[in-house]
Unconditional design. Structure first.
Length: 439
C-alpha cells in the first residue's frame, strides 16, 4: 500500500521541486519495496497453504472415519457414489477454498480495508464520491450469492448420482455385457452428466452476472473520481479544497487497488457460496451420530452359546415387510447348527443381527448369557467369524487379505490359513482384488 503513496510524493516533488529528487534513487527505492512485497507474498502463500492442507487432510480423515461408524441402515439409504463424491469432489472444493480462496480473500480484504483508509486520508471528498459504487456491489452479491449456493448444492448432488451410476456399472460389468446393456448404460450416464453440466453452467452464469455487476459499479466509481478529481487539482497543492497532482495520482492508484480487490472479493464470494454447499454435505455426515450405539461390556471366552429370544425385525428401508416375527433359537456352546430355508426367510438377517449390523425391533439376542446390545461392538465382532458366500478381496496382497481382521496375525498363522484354504504360499505376496474388472 506504500507504493501509491511514494509514487504520489515523487510526482509532487518532480512538479514542485524537480532538483530535489534523483530519479535513479527513487526508482531503486520503489523496486526494493516491490521485492519486499514479493517476499511477503511468498511467505503468506506458504503459511496459508500449509494450514489449509492440514485442515483438509483432517477433514477428509474425519469424514471417512465417521462414514465407517454409521450403521448398516445408513448405507441402505445412502448411495455409495454419493459418499464417494463427498470424499472427493466436495472435499476438493473445500480444499480449493482453504488453500486458494482464503489466501486471496485475506489479501483482498486487507487491501480493501487499507486502501479505503488511505483514500479517506488522501481526500475525504473524493472518498465520499467513491462510495457510490458500494450499494450496487452488496446488492449484487446478496442476490446472486444465494442462487449460486443453491445451484452448487444441486450440482454436488447430481455429481453423486453420476458417480453412483459409474460405480454400479463398472462393478457389475459382466452382468451389463451379458444382457447387452452397454449402450443403455452409456445413455443413462450421459443424461446424468448432462444434468451436472447444465446446473454447473447455471451456477457459472450467475457468477458471471455477479462479476459483471461489480465490474460496472467499480469502474463507474473510478470514472466519477477521475472526473471530479481532475477539477480539484490545484497548482498550490491543497489550497481552497484542491489536491496536488501527486495526491490525485495516489488516490487513483488506491482506487484501482480497492476496485480490483473488491471485484476479486465478489468472485471469491461466489466461490465460497459453492464451497458452503459442499461443506454442508460434508458436515452432514461428520456430525451424524450412528443409531447403533456400542455398549461397554466385554465378551470373553470362545465357542459361547447363542440365544435368539422372541426376536422381531424389519429392514428400515422396507418397514412394511416383517422378516422375523417372534423368532426363538438356541445354539448351545460347542455345537454346530445349520439354518436352512427358502430365499428371503431371514437366514442372512439372523447373521446380520448377531453382528449388530442392525438392531432388533423386538426381543433380544444373547451370547454367553450377555445381551449383545450391552457389549462393545468391537468386542462382539472379534468373537464372531464370518465366511461369506462370495468373499471380497481387497486390492492388497493375498497375505494382507488373509490377515484382515487380525492385525497381529503372525506369518506362521497366515501360512496355516493359506494351507487350509489350499492356496499356494508362493503367491501370498501377489496383489489381488475385486476392483479389477474383466468381462
Amino acid at each position: 500500500m506504500a507504493f501509491p503513496y511514494l509514487t504520489g510524493k515523487i510526482i509532487d516533488a518532480s512538479v514542485y521541486s524537480p532538483d530535489a529528487v534523483d530519479p535513479k534513487i527513487a526508482a531503486l527505492g520503489l523496486f526494493s519495496l516491490i521485492c519486499l512485497a514479493g517476499g511477503g507474498v511468498i511467505a503468506r502463500q506458504i503459511l496459508l497453504t500449509k494450514a489449509g492442507e492440514n485442515i483438509v487432510a483432517g477433514l477428509r480423515c474425519n469424514l471417512f472415519r465417521n462414514i465407517l461408524r454409521q450403521e448398516a441402515e445408513y448405507f441402505d439409504r445412502t448411495r455409495t457414489g454419493d459418499l464417494i463424491t463427498r470424499l472427493t469432489a466436495d472435499v476438493q472444493l473445500v480444499q480449493s477454498a482453504l488453500t486458494t480462496d482464503v489466501v486471496n480473500g485475506a489479501r483482498s480484504m486487507i487491501m480493501v480495508a487499507g486502501g479505503s483508509g488511505l483514500l479517506l486520508i488522501t481526500s475525504p471528498a473524493l472518498t465520499a464520491i467513491s462510495l457510490i459504487s458500494l450499494p450496487p456491489v452488496f446488492m449484487a452479491a446478496r442476490h446472486f450469492g444465494a442462487s449460486i449456493k443453491k445451484i452448487q448444492k444441486q450440482v454436488q448432488e447430481e455429481l453423486g448420482l453420476t458417480t453412483t451410476k459409474a460405480e454400479e456399472v463398472i462393478s457389475n460389468l459382466k452382468t451389463v455385457r451379458s444382457f447387452n446393456g452397454e449402450m443403455f448404460e452409456v445413455k443413462e450416464y450421459e443424461e446424468k452428466v448432462n444434468r451436472v453440466r447444465d446446473r454447473a453452467i447455471a451456477a457459472g452464469i450467475k457468477g458471471a452476472y455477479l462479476d459483471g455487476s461489480v465490474h460496472v459499479a467499480a469502474n463507474a466509481g473510478l470514472f466519477a473520481i477521475l472526473a471530479v478529481g481532475s477539477s480539484m487539482v490545484g497548482v498550490g497543492g491543497g489550497g481552497g479544497g484542491e489536491i496536488s497532482p501527486g495526491d490525485l495520482a495516489s488516490f487513483l492508484m488506491y482506487s484501482l487497488f480497492v476496485a480490483g480487490n473488491t471485484a476479486s472479493l465478489s468472485t471469491l464470494y461466489a466461490s465460497l457460496q459453492k464451497t458452503k454447499g459442499a461443506a454442508g454435505r460434508i458436515f452432514e455426515v461428520i456430525d451424524r451420530e450412528p443409531k447403533i450405539k456400542s455398549g461397554k461390556g466385554e465378551l470373553e471366552g470362545h465357542a459361547l452359546g447363542v440365544s435368539f429370544q422372541n426376536v422381531g425385525f424389519s429392514y428400515p428401508t422396507r418397514g412394511d415387510v416383517t422378516v422375523l416375527n417372534g423368532a426363538n433359537l438356541e445354539l448351545p456352546s460347542g455345537t454346530h447348527t445349520a439354518i436352512v430355508g427358502s430365499s428371503g426367510c431371514g437366514k442372512s438377517t439372523m447373521g446380520a443381527l448377531l453382528l449388530r449390523l442392525y438392531d432388533t425391533t423386538q426381543g433380544s439376542i444373547l451370547i454367553g448369557g450377555k445381551d449383545i446390545k450391552e457389549l462393545g461392538t468391537d468386542s462382539l465382532r472379534e468373537k464372531v467369524a464370518v465366511v461369506q458366500q462370495e468373499p471380497v478381496l481387497f486390492a492388497v496382497s493375498i497375505k494382507e487379505n488373509i490377515g484382515y481382521g487380525k492385525s497381529d496375525a503372525t506369518d506362521e498363522e497366515i501360512l496355516r490359513a493359506a494351507d487350509a484354504a489350499k492356496h499356494s504360499p508362493s503367491s501370498l505376496n501377489d496383489s489381488e482384488g475385486r476392483q479389477g474388472c474383466s468381462a
